[in-house]
Design a protein around this ligand. Structure first.
Ligand code: M6R
Length: 608
């Protein structure tokens, strides 16, 4: 959600902090701020709006110093104003704090601190941390932070500085990601590696309950009883180019166009064409163990939940194992039937979504074996799951997920192949699936080569107020995903529906103003969806059909058609999603939306 970056070293801190914030802006972008040790004490600048506003403020009133912390915010408590922007300072102005997460007992803590004379200036939950740390301070910042956090309920990734120890940053984590970057005689703290990738690739990931102390001579990691921990140093293996736009107008467009490559990367080294199966090194499960499970539960949020729904079809059809797909936010508070014979698959692009992480922990607590299907290497879900599949789609910066979705579906297909071949799937069918997977990158490229057709379609429909997306079978989740993409970035109301369900309610919405996207590739339910198209047409709806070949039965019943290549049914939602991503993108651009940073959203939802 929000982004944190901190620096201590020989260089002037502000430009590095601002550069880091810009790289984190996709995580939260309603206000931003910086605090630097200026030789006399803590000096802060904060501004509502995008980071350029903060930059303008800093140009007018520079902050000079070689140690500082910075933050880009996604508001939870209090509107995005200057006063609510981080860093927050203590009553005596000696302490500055930036925070991601939510302090759940902030109201009670605030009442107690106010009664003791501490003066609050914002509506945020974070501000209690600054006053609490001041209250606990007796000469050593890390001790004060530990004592303060003992009183805190909720989640946090924090970075704290103190004018009485001007060469030190203390960072701590519980439920909100944080890492330490190790440079040449300089150290960073960040909520996301992209913030510091220009300066170092060596990082130490903090776990919940860890506290880091950085100063000019080095760093140490402590637990909450101040005992020093020995943590591994990891190396980030992606490039700066992957988090830059590379000539595209938006990250989202770049990421849509990357899909032939990202899908290739998801499959690289994992297909065994001869045996009609896949090889997945990170599962940490033997074939015998894979056969032990009675059922699969897949838990996820948003777009990842849509890919999970496609996975459900795949596993049930080809591996003949019962699957339940659950919103992580619901799963975590239910009493789900999960035990040691359950394989719990956790889908998350970021690997940090708070609800998904909590659902995974709940499944583990109940004895299930957990498997993360994750994009972000080193993320919390990736590290805490018993095993997993990295989708290797590379950093996804656009808030609307595109390439991660298609790679997630490919990863699920690889796992289905593996489990299916161990159970019910014949070698011939396995080989057929492998061949179809291998054809996907070229097929996606052929769709992308016709992006201008979709752009024209977007011109036609850019003023629509509502959209309906219909699909059946494997393509019902594709309809949900198409609708989600459109609403996220264009703010047009859109709904995805199983095509046949339309007549049980949504049909009332259809008139000549309603565009209806019907996903109708040539598959086992094609004839059924033709009837649904007819129902729309009879009510004068405008039908945009996604088909895969010339269909005489659709002649005269559709208004617009976009053909995708023919593939096997289980992979058709991957191909169908690409024109839907492009449609959402072009409509949003034509309506003047900020495609990469749509209102109210954040890339990684690390609060409940
Ligand atoms: O990082 P995750 O895959 O766990 O994120 C889940 C959702 O927050 C995410 O997919 C969200 O729905 C995207 N904005 C979709 O474009």
């Amino acid at each position: 959600m929000c982004g944190i970056v901190g620096y201590v070293g020989p260089r002037v801190a502000t430009p590095l902090l601002i550069d880091g914030l810009k790289r984190l802006e996709y995580r939260g972008y309603d206000s931003a701020g910086v605090a630097v040790m200026n030789g006399k004490g803590v000096d802060t600048r904060r501004a509502p709006g995008k980071i350029v506003k903060l930059e303008a403020m800093l140009n007018a009133e520079p902050l000079v110093g070689t140690l500082g912390i910075a933050h880009t915010r996604w508001a939870t408590h209090g509107a995005p104003t200057e006063l609510n922007a981080h860093p927050h300072t203590s009553t005596d102005k000696s302490i500055a704090v930036v925070h991601n997460g939510i302090i759940e007992n902030a109201t009670a803590l605030k009442a107690r601190l106010e009664a003791s004379g501490y003066v609050f200036t914002s509506e945020t939950d974070t501000e209690v941390l600054a006053h609490l740390i001041q209250e606990m301070y007796t000469g050593k910042l890390e001790d004060a932070v530990i004592r303060a956090l003992e009183h805190v309920e909720g989640t946090y990734g924090i970075a704290v500085i103190c004018s009485k120890e001007p060469d030190k940053i203390v960072a701590a984590r519980k439920g909100s990601p944080l890492l330490i970057g190790l440079g040449e005689n300089e150290y960073f703290v960040a909520s996301d590696a992209s913030a510091i990738l220009s300066y170092t690739r060596e990082v130490v990931y903090l776990d919940d309950g860890d506290l880091a102390v950085l100063d000019r001579n080095g760093y140490k990691i402590l637990d909450m009883s101040a005992t020093q921990l020995d943590k591994a140093v990891s190396r980030i293996d992606w490039d700066l180019g992957q988090i830059e736009r590379g000539g595209y107008a938006h990250f989202m467009l770049k990421e849509i166009f990357e899909q032939p490559t990202t899908i290739e990367n998801t499959m690289r080294g994992r297909l065994l064409p001869e045996d009609g199966t896949s090889k997945l090194g990170g599962l940490n499960l033997t074939d015998e163990e894979l056969l032990f499970f009675d059922n699969i539960v897949i838990t996820a949020c948003g777009t990842s939940w849509h890919s999970a729904l496609i996975g459900e079809h795949m596993f049930e059809e080809l591996a003949r194992i019962p699957v339940e797909v659950e919103y992580a936010s619901e799963f975590r508070y239910r009493n789900p039937i999960v035990d040691e014979r359950t394989l719990c698959i956790v889908m998350s692009q970021s690997g940090e979504t708070a609800d998904t992480l909590a659902a995974m922990r709940e499944a583990k607590r109940r004895g299930a074996r957990t498997l993360g299907i994750v994009n972000q290497v080193g993320s919390t879900i990736a590290r805490e799951a018993d095993g997993g599949i990295y989708i290797h789609a590379g950093p996804e910066i656009g808030v609307a997920s595109t390439k991660a979705f298609t790679s997630q579906v490919v990863a699920l297909a690889l796992l289905t192949l593996k489990v299916g071949r161990l159970r019910d799937l014949s070698i011939m069918n396995g080989r057929r699936i492998v061949e179809a997977l291998q054809a996907l990158p070229g097929q996606i490229q052929s769709i992308l080569d016709r992006a201008d057709e979709i752009e024209q379609l977007a011109e036609e429909f850019k003023r629509a107020q509502n959209f309906l997306y219909l699909g059946r079978g494997y393509n019902f989740p594709a309809a949900l995903e198409g609708a989600l993409k459109l609403k996220e970035i264009s703010y047009i109301h859109a709904e995805g529906y199983p095509a046949a369900e339309m007549k049980h309610g949504p049909i009332a919405l259809i008139d000549e103003m309603m565009p209806v996207v019907c996903i109708a590739p040539h598959d086992s339910v094609f004839d059924k969806i033709v009837s649904n198209v007819q129902e729309v047409k009879a009510r004068k709806g405008k039908v945009i059909a996604i088909t895969s070949q010339a269909e005489p039965s659709l002649v005269g019943k559709i208004d617009y058609e976009f053909r995708i290549p023919q593939t096997i049914e289980m992979l058709s939602p991957i191909l169908a999603s690409v024109p839907l991503q492009l449609l959402a993108y072009y409509i949003a651009v034509k309506r003047g939306s900020n495609v990469d940073q749509p209102r109210n959203l954040a890339k990684s939802v690390t609060v409940e």
